[in-house]
Design a protein around this ligand. Structure first.
Ligand code: A2P
Length: 280
């Protein structure tokens, strides 16, 4: 039930559902039905990005859901080649036009691309977008602590959220501690490790004990860790399964066992300091 799901509050006073639908690699005709299935199951948060090339279809799913706009929480992201101030401002408008929305609830810088030295300008653009109301809250993805500190030092404004790769094999403990110290919420992308953590023996054993699926165990771990979490699925059954977490509880021993799964080399996606794809 949408009314029973947990929400978290940003430092700017706005709030977000803690669990949303991720749409990376959900493309074409599969997209609008996935969004509709999610909203029907009770999801109120949908995460997309310019570079997923599915904003139009996400917008169609939202429009067809019949749920009032103010009950939904929609996130999209600025791509790497649009960090220049005016370019960033028009990129948001282009995303809004594709989504058929007047505003997004959260607009994120997708990657810092630090070698380009442009993310501060992008951040200034996001601050202006927030002030003009087209982005209710603003944040970043894939920033490390140095990048976050640079935003604070140069603009005095911190993101409400940093969306990072985070799953039991890559728990990002230090960066999460920085977030907690600075009032930034941690949002986990690839929360299931792109599916790779589902077959882990510890996760499988806990799933068996708790009579839950491996995905539910991992997602419940994220919820109890306080992460915002956006599992991707294009399959309506799995979309529903991933939202059915509210009666599940991991005790301290189960949480401690999952904590041991962290691996120094557990990152699956790109290293943010080096990621430098400018084509879009
Ligand atoms: P599918 O879209 O076919 O459901 P992540 O969010 O960590 O990137 O993981 C996404 C991957 O996990 C996708 O391959 C997705 O496949 C799969 N997945 C998502 N939910 C479940 C689930 N409940 N059970 C099994 N696989 C899942």
């Amino acid at each position: 039930m949408s009314s029973n799901q947990p929400y978290l509050t940003f430092y700017d006073g706005r709030r977000t559902p803690q669990l949303g639908l991720g749409t990376w690699q959900v493309t074409g005709d599969a997209t609008a039905p996935a969004v509709q299935a999610a909203i029907e199951a009770g999801y109120r948060a949908i995460d997309t990005a310019y570079i997923y090339y599915n904003e139009t279809e996400v917008g169609q799913g939202i429009a067809q859901s019949g749920v009032p706009r103010e009950d939904l929480f929609i996130t999209t992201k600025l791509w790497n080649n649009r960090h220049e101030l005016d370019s960033a401002k028009s990129a948001l408008q282009e995303s809004l036009d594709r989504l058929q929305l007047d505003y997004v609830d959260l607009y994120l810088i997708h990657w810092p691309v630090p070698k380009e030295k442009m993310y501060l300008q992008a951040w200034e653009a996001l601050i202006q977008m927030r002030d003009d109301g087209r982005a209710k809250s603003i944040g970043v993805c894939n920033f490390n602590a140095d990048h976050l500190q640079n935003l604070l030092d140069k603009t005095g404004v911190l993101p409400v959220v940093n969306q990072i790769e985070l799953h039991p094999y890559f728990q990002q403990t230090e960066l999460c501690a920085y977030h907690a110290d600075h009032g930034i919420l941690t949002e986990a992308w690839s929360p299931l490790g792109q599916g790779q953590v589902l077959t882990d023996p510890v996760i499988q054993e806990l799933a068996h004990q708790l009579q839950a699926s491996p995905a539910q165990v991992i997602l419940r771990w994220h919820i109890q860790m306080g992460h915002i979490v956006i599992p991707k699925s294009a399959n309506p059954d799995r979309i529903r399964e991933n939202f059915n977490l509210w009666n599940l509880h991991l005790d301290d021993a189960a949480m401690a066992r999952i904590a041991t799964l962290n691996k120094a080399d557990g990152r699956i996606g790109p290293e943010p300091e080096l990621f430098h794809v400018m084509k879009g």
